[in-house]
Design a protein. Sequence first.
Lengths: 246, 246
Amino acid sequence: MSRRGYGRDSVYRTIALQLQNRINAGEWLAGQRMPTEAALREEFGVNRLTIRDALDVLRQRGVIESRQGSGTFVTNPMPVLEIAVDPASPVDDGSGHASTRSVIHNVNESVLAEGPDPDDGSAHRLAIPRETVVRLDTVTATAGDPFAVNSYWLDGRRFPHLTESWIGDAPLGTVLRDVFGVTAFYDWRAFSATAAGDLEVEHLGGRPGAPLVVRDGVSVDSDGIPLYYVRRRIRADRAAYVLRYR
Amino acid sequence: MSRRGYGRDSVYRTIALQLQNRINAGEWLAGQRMPTEAALREEFGVNRLTIRDALDVLRQRGVIESRQGSGTFVTNPMPVLEIAVDPASPVDDGSGHASTRSVIHNVNESVLAEGPDPDDGSAHRLAIPRETVVRLDTVTATAGDPFAVNSYWLDGRRFPHLTESWIGDAPLGTVLRDVFGVTAFYDWRAFSATAAGDLEVEHLGGRPGAPLVVRDGVSVDSDGIPLYYVRRRIRADRAAYVLRYR
DNA sequence: CACGATTTGTTCGTATGTATT
DNA sequence: AAATACATACGAACAAATCGT
């Protein structure tokens, strides 16, 4: 016989399940504070570490959020931006294809860092030598509220001094058109997902490991020559990409 | 002065960073076993729980994977299925739009559960009364290897006895066409992300909280009447949706 | 096949640091 | 400044899974 449960029956999982049920039942509403770890420890009669393990499960799911010195709160579901993608139009005008139910306006993009390519496998997507690949990290925001972190890989020879010639906080597509006179077209775009790392948490908030929507792809010029490879990361609780067919 | 670091300087984060660097440097290759927690505890001179906290960070990122009784292993990156989406074609033929670099073949779909709608907000997407909404959970697999969990919400009056009339393990689109004689068209599709829950882990493997690609949307018949709302979840380390414009 | 050694998983106890109120 | 609440860290013990003998 086992004195303690295990796996799905382990104490912390059982407590996590009960807390989830009570949240679902509305015992603690979104934005409200939950009982303190000490109080839960008291109620369930277990060690505080066990309570923390249980809360970890819910933190993991994004159901709750803890702030040191303040308390643990039920997550307030944020409004979801709707980023419209015209399935038929391959023209990348930099910002015009971004619209929303809650209206994305004042989209701006600012440069975080520029440098050589620390990654593998991006040079071949651009069909250029590895040494000439330049990486650019940016943050996209609407109304001062950052909602996406982007990494671009470009040909450093074709676009020299890109950061210096960046106009204000315009999107990259606009910079390429206005400064370098090239129009970008979609070659391909892919939708995937990943877990938030330090960079994303720093600029987008949220917790490490939180699910992010990833949209990556390659844009080409009118001759079909690759211009850049881009990897955009957006908090999944903030935005979704929508394709409308009607 | 502080005897212990905090935040980014905390012991477990520092150890996590060092371990990540050593993995990146190739000290332990993908699929290989890492030192035991006891060995790491010895090497870093900290408590085993602190080592576990550090390993949790990497587990969280999906960098490593631990198996009880066996050890902790560097994650073996799985081949990524490429699910092609024709941006221009709104016809949902059930399976034909799924292809891949690594070739998705033998796509099949089997029913997990059927029942009333436990969710809110799906009835209005179908523009039907809430009581008539039926929910259907399925698993999609290729060559016997499950890669997606799907939830469908349909009109129970229009598609009665759906589970009983399900033909073998055909995709839903095929069932609707062959059994009910309706062709499904995309109304809209959205790409988002979420964290894996118990149902997804059970059928797709991976760890709870792992990022999943979510593709949801509504399909309509030739008259524009909504047929179903679908929410498909795929392991992000297994697959990505690709739109090709050329 | 049984058994023991090894390894990760879970839980308790305790102490202290840091942030918030 | 004090109280409160979460964050980090150490020590110990046992449970459960795995693997080799």
